[in-house]
Design a protein around this ligand. Sequence first.
Ligand code: NDP
Length: 281
Amino acid sequence: MSRPATAATRLAGVVGNPVRHSLSPLIHNAWIAAAELDAVYVALQSAPASFGDLVKGLAGGAAVGINVTIPFKESAAALADERSPAAQRAAAANVLVFREGRILADNTDGVGLLAALEGAGFQPGGGPVAVLGAGGAARGAVTYLLSAGVPEVRVVNRSLERTRAIAAIDSRIGAFRWDQVAEALDGVAAVINATSLGMTGEPPLELTLDGAPTTAVVMDMVYQPLKTDLLTEAERRGHPVADGLEMLIGQARPSFEAFFGRPPPEVDVRRLCQQALDQGS
Ligand code: NDP
C-alpha cells in the first residue's frame, strides 16, 4: 500500500475460491504504489453460494471493481448488467467494473494469453491449438484465440457436458475426451493447459506430449509452481514454452486501467512475482 487507507481510499480486489495463491494483489498494489494512487487491492475468498451477494454488495459503492478467478468466471459474466464483446463471446468474465451501481463485465484473459504465447514465438495463423480444460479460463482463451485468427481450437476436458457447451459456441471448436488427447494434439501450433491440474495442492496433470510436434508452443496457465511438470516435460522435448505468470501480468494491465482509469506504470512486476513464488507466498 502506498499510503495509509482512509475513508477516501478506492478498493479493488480479486474474488475466488481458493484465492490465497493469487499474485494479483502483489501486481496491482505495486502499480498503485508506483502511480501514487489512493487505492488498495485485496484478495477476497467467497463461498460459492455467496459469490453473487458479495459482488452485488461491492458493486453498491464499496469498490471500483474486482477481478474474478477460479471458479467464478462464468457466474461473474452471468450476473453482470452489461458484457463486453469478449465477455459475451466467452460467457465468462475475469473483470467486473462497478459504475453507478451497475456491473460491467469484461474478459482480458485472452489478451494476456496471446501476449504470453506470442512471447514464445506463437503465430495465431500457424495451425490448430489444443486447449485442456473447459472452465472459465478456457472459455476466455478459446474465444479470444479464434477472434485473433486461430483456425481451429480443440478442447479436451473431463466433463463432456462442459466441453460440448464450449464447442457449441463456434463451429471451429472441436470437443475431445481425455482418452482422445493424442488426436487433439496432432499437428497443433500450441498446447495450453487451462485446467487447475498441476497447481500446488491440486492433482497432477497427467499428459503425454508425444502426439504434439516439437514446434508447438506449450503454455501452462497454472503459475504456482511457475515451472510446472508440463513445462519441464515440454522443455525436455524441445518445445518453446510460456508460463502462467506472463498471462497473469498481461490480463492484469487492462484490468488496472478499467479500475483506475489509467494504464499501469512501468514496474518489473514479473520480478516481484518470481520473488514471491520463490519465497512460497
Ligand atoms: P474452473 O474451475 O472454471 O475450471 C477448472 C477446469 O479444470 C475445468 O476444465 C475442470 O474440468 C478441470 N479440472 C479440475 N480438476 C480436475 C480433475 N481432477 N481432473 C480433470 N480436470 C479437472 O477454473 P478456471 O477456468 O477459472 O481456471 C483454470 C486454471 O487456470 C486455474 O489453475 C487458474 O488458476 C488458471 N488461470 C490462470 C490465469 C493466468 O493468468 N495465468 C488466468 C486464468 C486462470 P471439469 O469441467 O471436468 O470440471
